[in-house]
Design a protein around this ligand. Sequence first.
Ligand SMILES: [Zn+2]
Ligand SMILES: [Zn+2]
Length: 328
Amino acid sequence: MTKKSRAPRIEETNATAHAPANETLTKTTAATTMRMLSFEAESGKASTARRIGFHAPVAGGLHNALLKSAELGCDAVQIFSRNPRGWAARPLASEEVERFQLVRAETNISLVVIHANYLTNLAAADSVIRDKSRAAFREEVERGILLGADYLVVHPGSAKGACTSDAVRTCAETLKAACAGIEFGKLRILIENTAGQGACIGHDFEHLRDIIAACPELNLGVCFDTAHAFAAGYDLRGEDGFNAMLESLEANVGLASIRVVHFNDSKAEYDSRVDRHYHIGQGHIGSEALSRVARCSELAHAAFLLETPQDALGDDASNLAALRSFVC
Ligand SMILES: [Zn+2]
Ligand SMILES: [Zn+2]
């Protein structure tokens, strides 16, 4: 897998369009244009309000995540569409899908994001795990389409037993094989940056760049997780560090391809390679830095979704209130 920068592509200019990008420009022109598009997308709205939500529980039915989100004043949601830690998924019943779509229309949740199963390892060197992952991910895509989801977020996987560049290549190949022949409609796959725990790839934005470049037909986007980036060694605490990280994101994947921001503080320390999310303002990233991320105009097109701990009743409400206090 080459390490040269690819020219970022022009992505959609508003939050609801999902047409595949069809134009490639030179890097400089594209970078400049994307910044303009990002500003245009923002200035075209009546307000700069972010689309906000959280990873909502689906106990008692998928539609309950929508009800809980609406109750907390959200206009976006992230869910698991199946058991996140098991291989076997119960098929979605048509009544379940209908109920989800009905409640979505009633609650006005404009954006639905599905997070893929944690066992899925698209980069697995072991062929048995890779085959299972390919089948499981294909099911995730099919469920996402059935539910009318906008985005499906997946981690690139673990390189255990292989070198990083081979794992990046395997991830791209498994993704393409899993999605072969699928009519996506509006669903778009987002590759998430990781903390780099264990042998996980995706902690370096270059890994995301290479996976995206290897799958042009999938029009992959990016899910940017603040806690993962921090634990992976991107020091976003100060303004200079944050700007350097943005530059790196722009150079590698293009800021416009970031459709979802996972807005989390980190219980794990800087560069620890440990994935531990924490309540907003109470972790090692802190309120000042997270406020800078939330207010960043170049990320305004993305939905901001919390994946903070749900230890006590009211945790989601208080973390949402913290996020809102930064942007309202
Ligand atoms: Zn994730
Ligand atoms: Zn995340």
